[in-house]
Design a protein around this ligand. Structure first.
Ligand SMILES: *[C@@H]1O[C@H](CO)[C@@H](O)[C@H](O)[C@H]1NC(C)=O
Length: 452
């Protein structure tokens, strides 16, 4: 009897292995979804209100509501849009945390920083980085901790995600042709540019900050996570073995390695999974994830960030006809996406509309469909382009994530048994279902690969 049971278990296991994926499922993978509420106040089809979030929430384990910031000099944690977030205004803080009634397993975190806490006044650009100033000031750190705790607690958040606005790596300026591009990269390797003279101190102070926030949160069992923003060098600012003790998880912003803003003269794949020949070997998901793992971050705490958008450059007459990246002689002048209205960024539905479809089958000029170049190697991500024929001014190059490449990244998470995926952000996924009729297709594709 016993032998029979063991035998049938063996058969079942063998069968399951045959039909199932080659990778064991392991512990449950997490899905972290960011919602940047600046999309709530947009006009037109880019506007994402709370009701529009609902089809996504069944797939998300964590919702990070962004973004809060810090007040210069007072070091207080504050809402960056009080009319939207707080009770005297639209009260969105309470609206999002109340979503937990309908989705009892959902955890809602307050997001802080996130490259969104930008002071726009004329004199602001000459002021020192207020995130570093806060770290350097023990009284400021205490003030921050009290005020961020009060925000989280008052509005019923389950915790805090800290996307600290550390200084970013400086992109290499390229002035002529691909040849000098390679030379430029060699310079990056030799580390001739200092991002922050006091990075060692700031690293220690940030560790102390996270420790103190966690201590403040512990009696209420509040969660604490961190998001490493794109192009922030983990080795400069994150004491990985120390901080992982205070963090429930880490979200790696492993994308935007190339953007039109940072690299206005060269278009390249913005978020490859693995390294590409002759590029900086650090500019890919695999390098970033392995760096954290090598430094003793538990795999189960590491979430891979996946963007829901593409990066777009304008091709010129001199950019050539092939579109093969890296493409030189481009410009950061592509028209803004019709719905998102952000320079250099197209949401997934905006990219989808430019790919060949029935609406643009006979399009000419600015309405000519882009040529899609997929990623059979499953290493690099997609791109699509339209050359600048006869200097028409309609040349475009976009490197982007789609449901398939996003699912590849979820597959990577399973392969290395990482914690999950962090999606940047819901408002750039196709939340209206305009591409194929499915709402949130990138989110769905990731979730499907994580659990199956
Ligand atoms: C990050 O900093 C380390 C030094 O701590 C350096 O070796 C590495 O090249 C830097 N990475 C980038 C992309 O600048």
């Amino acid at each position: 009897m016993k032998i029979l049971l063991v035998f049938s278990l063996f058969i079942a296991a063998t069968l399951a292995n045959k039909v199932g994926s080659p990778v064991p499922a392991g512990p449950k993978k997490h899905m972290v979804c960011y919602y940047d509420s600046s999309s709530f106040v947009k006009e037109g089809l880019g506007k994402l209100i709370i009701d529009d979030l609902e089809p996504a929430l069944q797939f998300c384990d964590y919702l990070v509501y962004g973004w809060a910031g810090i007040e210069r000099d007072s070091h207080k944690a504050v809402s960056l849009n009080q009319n939207l977030d707080l009770d005297l205004g639209k009260g969105l803080y309470r609206t999002v945390t109340r979503l937990k009634r309908k989705y009892p397993t959902l955890k809602v975190l307050l997001g802080l920083g996130g490259d969104k806490d930008i002071e726009t006044s004329e004199d602001a650009k000459d002021l020192p980085n207020k995130y570093l100033e806060l770290l350097e000031n023990p009284a400021g750190r205490a003030r921050f901790i009290n005020t961020v705790y009060a925000l989280v607690k008052t509005y019923g958040f389950d915790g805090l995600d800290v996307a600290w606005q550390f200084p970013k790596n400086k992109p290499k300026k390229v002035h002529s042709g691909i040849g000098s591009l390679w030379k430029g990269f060699k310079k990056v390797f030799s580390g001739d540019h200092i991002v922050d003279e006091k990075s060692e101190e700031h690293k220690e102070q940030f560790t102390a900050l996270l420790r103190d926030v966690k201590n403040e949160f512990r009696p209420d069992s509040l969660l604490l996570s961190t998001t490493v923003l794109p192009n922030v060098n983990s080795s400069l600012f994150y004491d990985v073995p120390a901080i992982v003790n205070y963090l429930d998880f880490v979200n790696l912003g492993a994308f935007d390695f190339y953007t039109p803003e940072r690299n206005p003269e060269v278009a390249d794949l913005p978020a490859p999974l693995f390294d590409l020949p002759e590029r900086n070997p650090q500019f890919n998901v695999h390098y970033q994830a392995q760096y954290w793992l090598r430094n003793n971050c538990p795999a189960s705490k590491l979430n891979v960030g996946v963007p829901t958008y593409g990066r777009v450059w304008k091709l010129t007459d001199d950019s050539g006809e092939t579109g093969v990246p890296p493409v030189a002689k481009v410009e950061n002048e592509a028209p803004a996406g019709p719905n998102t209205q952000i320079k250099g960024l197209y949401s997934w539905p905006e990219v989808c509309a430019l790919l060949p479809n029935t609406n643009n089958a006979y399009g000419k000029g600015a309405n000519l469909a882009l040529t899609k170049v997929g990623d059979p190697t499953r290493r690099t991500g997609n791109y699509a382009y339209r050359s600048d024929e006869k200097s028409s001014g309609h040349g475009l190059w976009v490197g982007y994530e789609d449901p398939d490449t996003a699912a590849e990244k979820a597959g990577y998470v399973r392969q290395f048994n990482l914690g999950g995926v962090a999606l940047f952000d819901l408002s750039f996924d196709d939340f209206r279902g305009s591409c194929t009729g499915d709402k949130y297709p990138i989110l769905r594709a990731i979730k499907y690969r994580l659990v199956n």
